[in-house]
Design a protein around this ligand. Sequence first.
Ligand code: SF4
Length: 482
Amino acid sequence: MKYILSGHVYWNDVQTLIQVFFPNLHYYETDTPQAEGLTVESRWNGTCAEAVLYENGVEKSSASFPGEENSEKEAKRCIKGALYHLLSKETGFYPQWGILTGVRPAKLANGLLKDGMTEEAAFQYLTEKYLVSPQKAKLMLQVGKEEQRILDSCGKDEVSLYIGIPFCPTRCLYCSFTAYPFSRYAKRVDAYLDALTKELTAIRHLMGGKRMRSIYIGGGTPTTLNEEQLKRLLHHVAQTFPLERDMEYTVEAGRPDTITREKLEIIKAYGADRISINPQTMNDHTLALVGRKHTAAQVEEIFHLAREAGHNNINMDLILGLPEEKPADVKRTMERIAALQPDNLTVHTLAVKRASRLKEELENFVLTQAGVLEEMLAIAAEGAGNMGMHPYYMYRQKNMVGNFENVGYCLPGKEGIYNVQIMEEKQTIFAAGAGGTTKMVEPATDRIERAFNVKSVEDYIARIDEMIARKEALAEKLGGRI
Ligand code: SF4
């Protein structure tokens, strides 16, 4: 897909919005309308944006969007607004998020309320200036307020911690995480844990007098570790970061095919108070299609085992828009989930991520249409509501099918603080393990600085001292103001 910029240089905004309407193509800037196919031109004259669509070199349609001032922010808003009007008119697709393409919509809603806008004024602002649908504007404000309430419950002297276990039994079709096949790395897991425990000890020193607010062990799938390895890791965590009052402690058990009764008991014994058991769908045909080597019945069996082991805060992840799924499949999934009565439910929309097998094999799959996904999202939201849950955090990703969102629902009092902190970026979150990104936040200014860990397991093991030194350098740069 080709596009022309006239009077401005904001190619990223133009490309991002075109992508919403014409996903998964290659996008190129050009000077003149192409003789064959579609070309979009985006113009800005300092007060008004215009978007023009050419078909086979001939102007087909146009739309304009007036601005209120000549600033970069306003130019970008109007440029996207004109493109939205043009492309929705041409395709008949009216994306519910309007021209919002950022990953943290609730943060924007929160910002408006904090700036002193009333809810009504913020609603009007989002629907009129950003063309967000009334339904999504309402969701943004509801989640924004919830996130703020949770942020207010956290102190300025607190930090959080992410621990990454980058192994999985098999790779799911849609996965872009740092996740390596456990069988291939089995001999390196102990060396990985050596490096990881060393990094955790170093993080403890960097925390100084700060309080640990939440720990999240994710991945990959942490429960790919065998019982002994899991015990070794959790023992080190318990020694290094003793459980404190109100500390939230999550282990993402994840794939049911990696979970055993003993692992559930070990997790409980070491004080983790939240776990995830992630079905993604309760449809066996889809599970096989996306490369998950477990059945829906196994999910149910493990869920009951977890309750027996005393886990009373269990999250379940779902993905809507998986290949070949219909709204009726989502309805069946929700019925089986409702029978289990989890405490948290995270509803994702499928995203075609760059590093995924799905992206490579895209021609073999038919992606769900936006209208159908809307129906699926409504089924999931209604199901969560019927279970007594409310939405409390939300984020969006690039290349989500239908350009929708991921929403975390929970029963009252079962909100995951880590989930909100990672979205709102108001607290320092240390990250240990291959592929982890430490974000240090200076509370006085909200300035964020990042330290990255290498992704490869071998590099991580070999260069662990360098990973630690990167964090130490960052902490020194911020002078302990984290
Ligand atoms: S379980 Fe999660 S991390 Fe592992 S391969 Fe599947 S999507 Fe990736």
